[in-house]
Ligand binder design. Sequence first.
Ligand code: SME
Length: 180
Amino acid sequence: MKKAVAKPKKTAGRKPSASPKDKTAKTKKLSGKFLDVFNRVKVIAAKEAGAEAKMLEICWLLNSKFPHYNWAGFYIAAGDRQLVLGPFVGEPTEHTHIPFGRGICGQAAERGETFVVDDVSEESNYLACSMYVRSEIVVPIFVRGEVAGELDIDSHQPRAFTEEDRRFLEKVCGHLSAIF
Ligand code: SME
């Protein structure tokens, strides 16, 4: 059963998830490079390998195919409402354990929603990993209706993440719930 969560404060620079009533976001098909990379994600997910190896390969794939994805990594939800850093590609981060509610990752986990932050300098509840990061997207991964993990992408470009990035990454995460 889905837990009730407190209504978040509005913060400048943040785009909420598409409304559940907005079916276009969920049904619109991927195209071009997004479709090609999504198909490669499906191949990786189907491999005879452990979940960690698959996640790391997906991080490499995303980081190498999209120049605006400067840091790509997974956080895994532990039982105590904490996110624990999993496989990632990019600069090492001190944020290896993030409580639900803290930072962009923690807020996405608490709300069970994708967070897109166009300008991290305008987000008050933000945990900085690198001074070069300008925008960020965090997409939850659900298992049986609960947040089991997240995919976090940082960009050195402001406003790097379009609706198509969001749709693509939500499809990737929807597919990855099977490997969690
Ligand atoms: N910026 C994130 C922390 C994780 S790093 O980006 C890798 C946040 O605010 O939750």
